[in-house]
Design a protein around this ligand. Structure first.
Ligand code: SF4
Length: 277
């Protein structure tokens, strides 16, 4: 009798193990994950833009940044620069261009000109030639030269550390000023680019109809102890995980907190399948 019970238990165990293996195989093949259709994702983005998604509670915000910090303890901006001046130039060049595209052109430019004086001496035609692979290069070359002239004439060749003075420079808007204030001067600013705007709206962290609305909500919602790096955590999360067309929800550390109806959900199988932390 005891032998029969043991045989039954062993059979039950191996049956359950086989089920688990099968479920895991299914999950690995993506069958346990329900990826929303592109049109469902677009609808979800429209809902998010109209403020129809619930917002995160302070506890959820804290938890999200705790996880982002754990995943990337020292997040860094990806634009190549040597000093505040080259950072300012790189950010100006990055408008409507990718950081990777800017980084292809700037090392040669910065080798020749890493100060406003050298940039002016280099001249607009040479700058244009060096940055011609970047979109809007003609306007950007002109801006780089005139902002260098302005820095020499009005700021002793130094990059100013106030938003007002920065935004008076040609080609420098609020977003660029925020990046420079954060990265060059250690101010807890929040630059809202396309990635941060998307994440603010999708997740429920800071829904808003325009970048300024999202920026102000982020400044209000994010705890002070996360503000210094918050901008980079959000940008990097948007650039590599929460992609515009096909967000990688299965690799997202904040997937369970995210309120976006377009996110990939994970069906329950015999083995519990959840996004990896
Ligand atoms: S789960 Fe993560 S990757 Fe997916 S939409 Fe939400 S924040 Fe983006």
């Amino acid at each position: 009798m005891a032998k029969k019970t043991m045989r039954q238990t062993t059979r039950r165990k191996s049956k359950s193990k086989a089920k688990t293996v099968k479920a895991l195989k299914k999950a690995k093949a993506g069958k346990a994950a329900k990826v929303k259709t592109p049109s469902a994702q677009i609808d979800a983005d429209i809902k998010a833009l109209h403020g129809e998604l619930p917002q995160w509670s302070p506890a959820e915000v804290e938890e999200a940044f705790r996880r982002l910090q754990a995943a990337m303890p020292e997040p860094k901006g990806e634009l190549i620069h040597i000093n505040p001046f080259t950072l300012l130039v790189a950010v100006v060049l990055s408008a409507q261009a990718t950081d990777a595209g800017v980084n292809k052109a700037t090392p040669a430019l910065f080798r020749l000109a890493d100060t406003p004086e050298k940039m002016v001496k280099l001249g607009e035609a040479k700058v244009r030639e060096l940055i011609k692979t970047i979109g809007l290069f003609r306007t950007k070359a002109k801006n780089v030269i005139t902002l260098s002239q302005k820095l020499i004439a009005e700021h002793g060749g130094q990059v100013p550390n106030t938003r007002e003075a920065l935004q008076e420079l040609p080609g420098v808007g609020r977003k660029t000023a925020n990046v420079v204030l954060n990265m060059a001067f250690g101010e807890p600013t929040m630059a809202v680019d396309t990635h941060v705007f998307r994440i603010g709206n999708r997740t429920g962290l800071a829904p808003g109809k325009n970048p300024l609305e999202v920026e102000l909500k982020l400044l209000e919602a994010i705890p002070a102890h996360y503000m210094m790096h918050a901008h980079h955590w959000l940008i990097l999360h948007g650039r590599y995980i929460c992609l515009a067309r096909r967000p990688l929800c299965e690799r997202c550390v904040i997937a369970d907190l995210c309120k976006w109806p377009g996110k990939t959900t994970f069906l329950r199988t015999d083995a519990t399948v959840s996004p990896s932390p």
